[in-house]
Design a protein around this ligand. Structure first.
Ligand SMILES: Nc1ncnc2c1ncn2[C@@H]1O[C@H](COP(=O)(O)OP(=O)(O)O)[C@@H](O)[C@H]1O
Ligand SMILES: [Mg+2]
Length: 320
């Protein structure tokens, strides 16, 4: 790929190992760049987060939690972290297939409320749940699950899911219980809005339910035509009552089994909401599950094999 500059910025200027190829995206906290790793001779994505007191705690969390998720095929692989004078740079596997939002727009059906075919949506959803199961076993809540943070690799004919962005993540073995309202309004679980504290892992399941809904219908479950999308606070005021009441229109073109699972995920009471192990036993999830996928997470190395709940943190501290 030809070297290409965006604006006049090359945050990798002078770096001996990584050479900028192009900017990929301007994120909330910084820029993500496609670069060539001249040692490994492969393309990588590098996320630059500005250093400084305001962001440093979140940045540490992002690095620690993402670093823990090594070895899962459905999570963007963390490679290393290095510092520049102004930035902390996270080097990751490059997901070449864009994000799920773009995929749904490109591949959705033409009728209103028609998203991806149910089987295709299920294939992606199964991979997303495997990624989430892995995170939850490590005590990690992502807290910003959405189509834009679900990347795809370049595999054909169908790409694989690569969950990214641990920028809002929390680890129950290390961090305090989540209190703040974080994430993207349309994906926020009711208890995040209502309670002083909440379980980020259960809130992630709600967000996955929203994601499944969007994959199936190409519309957001709690949005209505005419909503003001320009201001997050106004948007929350519009969405809040609908989210709390789980007031959404059931997708018409999907099977009853699928509707049942959606309903169980979009259950406002987090104590009654379906759990990840239960999702993985649900008949809709189990249908067409690829060979070995059901046991994948048990085969991957993880702290649960050591039996020590704080093992993941020690592992991460050593590595950083
Ligand atoms: N590993 C990657 N491969 C390809 N694109 C990526 C990668 N990581 C991030 N991006 C792109 O950059 C965007 C922003 O990255 P993300 O980690 O989500 O940061 P933010 O916290 O700013 O949302 C993503 O939505 C995606 O388009
Ligand atoms: Mg993001």
């Amino acid at each position: 790929m030809a070297q290409q500059e965006h604006g006049d910025r090359d945050l990798l200027a002078g770096n001996a190992r990584y050479k900028k190829l192009q900017d990929l995206n301007e994120g909330t906290f910084g820029v993500v760049m496609l670069a060539l790793d001249t040692q490994a001779r492969e393309q990588v994505a590098i996320k630059f987060l500005e250093r400084g007191a305001g962001v440093s705690r979140g940045v540490v969390r992002e690095v620690l939690n993402h670093r823990l998720c090594v070895a899962h095929p459905n999570i963007v692989q963390f490679k290393e972290v290095f510092l520049t004078p102004q930035h902390l740079a996270i080097v990751m596997e490059f997901a070449a297939g864009g994000d799920m939002f773009e995929y749904v727009i490109k591949h959705k059906g033409s009728a209103p409320g028609e998203g991806l075919p149910e089987d295709v949506a299920r294939g992606f959803f199964q991979q997303l749940i495997l990624a989430l199961d892995f995170c939850q076993k490590l005590g990690i809540a992502n807290r910003d699950i959405k189509l834009e943070n679900t990347l795809l690799d370049g595999a054909l004919p169908r790409p694989n899911v690569k969950l990214c962005d641990f920028g809002y993540s929390k680890n129950e073995f290390v961090d305090s219980r989540p209190k703040t309202v974080s994430g993207t309004p349309d994906y926020i679980a009711p208890e995040v809005l209502l309670n002083d504290q909440y379980d980020g892992k259960k809130a992630d399941i709600w967000s996955c339910g929203v994601m499944l809904y969007v994959m199936l219908t190409a519309v957001l479950p709690f949005a209505k035509r005419g909503d003001d999308r320009s201001n997050n606070l106004v948007r929350l005021q519009q969405l809040f009552p609908r989210i709390v009441a789980a007031d959404y229109e059931q997708p018409r073109r999907v099977t009853d089994e699928c509707r049942h699972l959606l309903k169980r995920m979009l259950t406002p009471d987090p104590t009654k909401r379906i759990t990840i192990p239960e999702i993985m036993q649900h008949s809709w999830f189990l249908s067409n599950l690829g060979p070995g996928m059901g046991e994948l997470n048990n085969r991957l190395p993880g702290p649960w094999t050591t039996g020590s709940p704080d093992a993941p943190f020690h592992g991460a501290r050593r590595a950083i």
